[in-house]
Structure formats: structure tokens, C-alpha cells
Design a binder for this molecule. Structure first.
Ligand code: NAD
Ligand code: DAU
Length: 351
């Protein structure tokens, strides 16, 4: 069946993998990718599909309500998959307001536009909000986040995402907007901006720079291959129940220091360097303020209700990720010049 779907943030890391999946898998759908092209948005990510007939790109800011309303007056959307966000915790500590603007106000602007457009015609429509496991706060050594875990956001980023999740659910209960929310764990894979741990380390290993490990390095994250996240979003978009929440995770917990050791060894191997070379770059630095100790997802609901399981092992995904970064020097070079240098200097100067 033909549908017109708005994907926001489609030029970013996860969004670009999702846009590609939908454009290629659903030739009858029209995919409109709306993205502001902030530092994290990059149309290079979508070069291979940019001229495909069922794909179009619109540059714009979800914080601009007038622009959003105009876009909705030009298009009748059947579905919205909302990924556009400020997504990096460290940047949220430097500048929280930008996170409130994009993640909260931007989400509200989209909800308001959907509410007006779908009034009385909510059947077969869907507002799908992409969120994060960080809204649940921090775990100790034991336990997992389930869909009913209470919210306890502890960084400006997670507080803004939690707020947007609440608004999405409030619009469902108050105005009857058909919504679904998913909360995913840490993604990794090609095209991730090198401010996040894995691509930052690969980039620094390549250039012989220090690998900054916050605190004691024993913080734990649950890593998922980005294309598996896109596959889960596809499942939830088509088979998820209206009003429900789905947690998405990889059953793949790693302490940061163990992960960086593995990354070092795989990168040494890929670069034909003696084992142990990259590990010498590991440098313990001042901790992230408010650093959440451990995230781990209980993904039983999506597994049992929708049949989702991660498709590849971490070692395979990490090796593919390393190869991608080593073979895409131009992509990396283009985004690590200029503004990236200024950010890096500010973020790591006193650590
Ligand atoms: P990203 O930072 O790589 O991409 C975000 C995209 O949103 C960029 O293309 C950017 O240009 C765009 N954008 C930012 N502000 C905008 C605005 N005001 N108007 C329009 N576009 C704007 O982020 P990502 O890692 O791909 O994350 C995508 C979504 O998934 C986010 O909502 C994030 O909270 C969520 N998420 C991410 C992870 C992860 O590990 N990366 C895990 C769980 C959930
Ligand atoms: O859990 C999902 C979240 O995962 C997403 O919602 C966020 O958008 C995404 O950025 C990610 O958040 P994290 O803060 O967990 O990811 P990051 O890659 O920034 O950090 C991963 C871990 O590595 C974390 O414990 C902090 C640590 N770290 C990070 C950086 C950038 C370091 O030790 N050194 C670093 O230089």
C-alpha cells in the first residue's frame, strides 16, 4: 500500500540507515526526509539513494513551527518517524537549552501539526517517536530496564528526551493521536559522528591521539548494531500496537574499558600494526558529570511480540564498523575539520 512518510533527522546516524532501509524496501512509499543539517546531519550519508524516485529531502528546523505547519500544508503524511534530536550527552552538559529547543519544542511542533492534519482521520496514521534507554536513569550491577521502569533522567539530554516522550504519550491520551514510542540502547556502526565513544576512538587510533576514558572506565552500555535498530523500527512501525512502548537492545553489555580494549585490538589488526599499539593510547581522564553507571535493556517484549532479535555479533559488527571508518577517510576528514576541532578542544581541554 502506498504511504507518505515523514522521517525527521534522516541525515543523521540512525536516521540515514532508516531512510535507506525504507526507500529500498518500500518502493511504493514516498519518504520525505526532513533535517536541519546540524553538525550531525550529513547528506553524504545518503548519496547512494539521493536520486531514488520515492525519496525527497527537505532542509528545515523542527523548532520553527511556521515552517513545520507549512510543510504539513504541502504534504499529507500517513506516518511520521521522529528521530531529529540533539543526541550527544556531553554537548547537553555544555549547552542544555539547545536540547530543550530541538528535543522538546521541536517534538511538540510536530505533534501539533500531526494533530491538526489528522483530525477526525486518525485511522491508519502513526506518530512514531524514537527515544532512548537513558530516560530510565542508571542501573546498579543488577537488573534491566523494562517498558514499565519509572523515568529517572539524569543528564540534560535524557531529561529533554524524557520530556518529549511524556508529551508524545500525553497527546495520545488527550487528543487521540496514534503514537508508538521505542527506547533503544547505544547504537554503533557506520556514519556515526566521531563525538561518540566508538567512532571517536577509531578516529584517534588512526591518528595516534589519546583515547579519553572517562572516570575508571567501568561504566557499562548495551550496544546494538545500527542496522538492527533500523530493522526494529521497521517492525514496530508496521506491527507495533498503538499507544505502546517497546524497548530495543542488544543483550550486549560492555564496560567501556573492555570495549575500548577490543576496539584497539581489532583496529591494530585491521591496520596491520603489532597488537598492543593502540592500547598504549588509552588515557583515563576526568569523569563526565552525572555519568550514568550502567544501561541494560530487557528486550523481551519486542522479541516475543514482534519477533525481533539482533542479527550480528558485536565482534562482527565492530570489525565492520572499523573497516568502514578506515575506508571512508574523506567522510571522516570532511567532518573532523573546522567545527569538530573547536568542539574537541572545548570538551577535552581540562580533562
Ligand atoms: P544524530 O545526532 O546522529 O542525528 C540527529 C539528526 O537530527 C541530524 O541529522 C541533525 O541534523 C538532525 N537535527 C538536529 N536538530 C534538528 C532540528 N532542530 N530540526 C531538524 N533536524 C534536526 O543522532 P542519532 O544518534 O542518529 O539519533 C537519532 C535519534 O535516535 C535521536 O532522537 C536519539 O535521541 C535517538 N537514539 C539514539 C541512540 C544512539 O545510540 N545514537 C540510541 C537510542 C536513541
Ligand atoms: O543509550 C542510548 C544513548 O547512547 C543515546 O540516547 C545517545 O544519543 C548516545 O549518544 C549514547 O549515549 P552515551 O552517553 O552512552 O554514548 P557515548 O558514546 O557518548 O558514551 C558511551 C560511554 O563512553 C559513556 O559511558 C561515556 C563514555 N565515554 C564517552 C566519550 C565520548 C568516554 O569514556 N570517553 C569519551 O570520550
Amino acid at each position: 500500500m502506498s504511504k507518505k512518510i515523514l522521517i525527521t533527522g534522516g541525515a543523521g546516524f540512525i536516521g540515514s540507515h532508516l531512510v535507506r532501509l525504507f526507500v529500498n524496501k518500500y518502493p511504493d512509499y514516498k519518504i520525505v526526509n526532513l533535517d536541519k543539517l546540524t553538525y550531525a546531519g550529513n547528506l553524504e550519508n545518503l548519496k547512494d539513494i539521493e536520486s531514488t524516485a520515492n525519496y525527497s529531502f527537505v532542509k528545515g528546523d523542527i523548532v520553527d513551527a511556521q515552517f513545520i505547519n507549512k510543510l504539513f500544508s504541502e504534504h499529507q503524511f500517513d506516518g511520521i518517524i521522529h528521530l531529529a534530536a540533539e543526541s550527544h550527552v556531553d554537548r547537553s552538559i555544555l549547552n542544555p537549552l539547545a536540547f530543550v529547543e530541538t528535543n522538546v519544542i521541536g517534538t511538540l511542533n510536530l505533534l501539533n501539526a500531526a494533530k491538526e492534519q489528522w483530525k477526525g482521520e486518525e485511522n491508519d496514521k502513526l506518530f512514531y517517536h524514537i527515544s532512548t534507554d537513558e530516560v530510565y536513569g542508571s542501573l546498579g550491577e543488577e537488573g534491566f530496564f523494562t517498558e514499565t521502569t519509572s523515568y529517572d533522567p539524569r543528564s540534560p539530554y535524557s531529561a529533554s528526551k524524557a520530556s518529549s516522550d511524556h508529551f508524545v504519550r500525553a497527546y495520545h491520551h488527550t487528543y487521540g493521536i496514534p503514537v508508538v514510542v521505542s527506547n533503544c540502547s547505544n547504537n554503533y556502526g557506520p556514519n556515526q559522528f566521531p563525538e561518540k565513544l566508538i567512532p571517536l576512538c577509531i578516529h584517534n587510533i588512526k591518528s595516534g591521539k589519546a583515547l579519553p576514558i572517562y572516570g575508571d572506565g567501568k561504566y557499562t552500555r548495551d550496544w546494538l548494531w545500527v542496522m538492527d535498530h533500523a530493522a526494529a523500527i521497521d517492525l514496530i512501525f508496521h506491527k507495533g500496537k498503538i499507544g505502546e512502548t517497546y524497548n530495543i537492545g542488544g543483550h550486549n553489555e560492555w564496560k567501556n574499558i573492555d570495549l575500548v580494549h577490543l576496539l584497539c585490538d581489532l583496529t591494530d589488526k585491521a591496520l596491520n600494526r603489532p597488537q598492543g599499539t593502540a592500547r598504549q593510547l588509552i588515557t583515563f581522564v576526568k569523569d563526565r558529570p552525572g555519568h550514568d553507571k550502567r544501561y541494560a535493556i530487557d528486550a523481551n517484549k519486542i522479541k516475543h511480540e514482534l519477533g525481533f532479535e539482533p542479527s550480528i555479533t558485536f565482534e562482527t559488527g565492530l570489525a565492520q564498523t572499523i573497516d568502514w571508518y578506515l575506508n571512508n577517510e574523506t567522510w571522516l576528514g570532511n567532518i573532523t575539520s573546522g567545527a569538530y576541532k573547536a568542539y574537541y578542544e572545548q570538551q577535552y581541554k581540562n580533562r
